[in-house]
Design a binder for this molecule. Structure first.
Ligand SMILES: Cc1ncc(COP(=O)(O)O)c(C=O)c1O
Length: 416
């Protein structure tokens, strides 16, 4: 079969396909696996109970059920849910949003596909503009979303060494220039894969650079505030007309409903609405109807603060403890976990690449993500990208403990 240029582009071997196939294979395997790859959120019992109750309540309310399952929503997404979000965000942060500032998408991954191709790529005058990722490592899911080649350009960070074998990446502003080849800046905060939270100062500087250049700053808030609050310190959220803030219902425990939320100026939201209409007529209302009441009564914030955040914080501390035990005597560093679901481990003296380490671990039933996938748009050589792996601590505790112990054994072997 001969595919179009679009077809060839999206069917070429990609990291996303390889990783998702791996996950599918691991989940279907008869043998026990330690799933420390992937980004599935945990199945937190309080959240599961709440979802069950909401599903029952909606099933008993014919109008709600119809809204959830039997009516096409507006192409910008279910109106009452968006209105509830507007009120919550205005009350919480004083942002002065209107309904026209929010659109839903079929998961934030789809939202990023739309945004990156709306803003960057080829222009009528023949020029090409790219998305600047000011700090890599950055979310691997962005890598293959561009319709044109080279849609991303990124920069390496500076590294701050902390106590207890921890470190933290910072934006290296000496490497950042926002010239006319840049269409927008984009950061995830908290960052997947590192658990980094860019400082308020870094965010203000990035917002200033974007504003001066007349391009938007996209902030991927999939793990941030006010929900799901998988952030372990205080975090100050940013929004103004030049910021495109992307949120999601996935990490609160609803990855299967595919609900992304984009908060931006009216021009961007209008464009996203057109893209939704063309690509899918309208967006699924399942997540929106399921969660609307919790947004209206602010229960979503309480649950995030009292249930989700402490759950992951405890998991992160526990995983760190196991890391200390298992890697004793190895040259290793771990990025300070400030949020999200991951530990980012760095082995500067690894005698093999992180890809080879990943293959060896897979043979022992331990699934991790090799680090090189997390440097989209970085065209300079940097050994560091072959020395790191990402592990998830969201899955069952015993698998995480065993998995970390096996990683310790394999790393010790590879460093010998
Ligand atoms: C930083 C980040 N952004 C976006 C996404 C995509 O989330 P979803 O499409 O489920 O909303 C993920 C998923 O892991 C993520 O980690």
């Amino acid at each position: 079969m001969q595919f179009s240029r679009f077809g060839n582009w999206f069917t070429r071997p990609t990291g996303a396909r390889e990783l998702m196939d791996d996950l599918g294979e691991a989940m279907a395997s008869e043998n026990p696996v330690m799933m420390l790859g992937g980004g599935n959120p945990a199945h937190i019992p309080e959240m599961q109970a709440l979802l069950r109750d909401r599903m029952h309540a909606i099933a008993d309310q014919p109008r709600e059920l119809r809204r959830m399952l039997a009516d096409y929503a507006s192409p910008a997404g279910e109106v009452r849910f968006r209105a509830a979000l507007v009120k919550l965000l205005n009350d919480e942060y004083g942002w002065n949003l209107k309904l026209e500032n929010i659109a839903l998408t079929g998961g934030s991954q789809t939202g990023f596909f739309q945004l990156f191709n709306l803003l960057a790529g080829e222009f009528d005058d023949g020029s090409c503009r790219r998305i600047l990722l000011p700090l890599t490592p950055e979310y691997a899911g962005y890598t293959d979303l561009g319709l044109s080649n080279n849609q991303f350009v990124s920069r390496r960070p500076t590294i701050e060494y902390l106590d207890d074998r921890q470190f933290k990446y910072h934006v290296d502003f000496s490497r950042i220039t926002v010239d006319e080849s840049i269409a927008a800046l984009c950061v995830s905060r908290p960052t997947n894969p590192t658990g980094n939270v860019l400082t308020n100062d870094e965010m203000e500087k990035l917002a200033g650079l974007a504003r001066s250049a007349g391009v938007p700053l996209i902030v991927d808030n999939a793990y941030g505030v006010p929900f799901p609050q998988i952030v372990f310190g205080d975090i100050h959220p940013f929004w103004d007309e030049n910021i495109i803030l992307c949120m999601s219902l996935s990490k609160i425990g609803l990855p299967a409903v595919r609900t992304g939320i984009v908060i931006a100026c009216e021009e961007i939201i209008d464009a996203m609405t057109s893209l939704n209409a063309v690509m899918s007529l309208s967006v699924s209302s399942v997540g929106a109807v399921l969660m609307r009441e919790l947004v209206e009564n602010r229960e979503i914030i309480r649950l995030s603060h009292d249930v989700i955040r402490p759950f992951y914080r405890q998991r992160a501390e526990q995983a760190l403890e196991w890391t200390r035990e298992s890697f004793k005597g190895c040259e290793y560093f771990v990025h300070r976990p400030e949020g999200a679901l991951f530990l980012w481990l760095w082995f500067p003296e690894l005698g093999i690449t992180s890809e080879e380490l990943y293959q060896r671990l897979k043979k022992r039933g331990v699934y991790v993500l090799p680090g090189h996938h997390f440097f989209p748009g970085l065209d300079e050589e940097w050994d560091h990208r072959h020395q790191c792996i990402r592990i998830t601590y969201s899955q069952d505790a015993e698998s995480v403990r065993k998995g970390i112990s096996i990683i310790g054994e394999e790393v010790r072997r590879a460093c010998a």
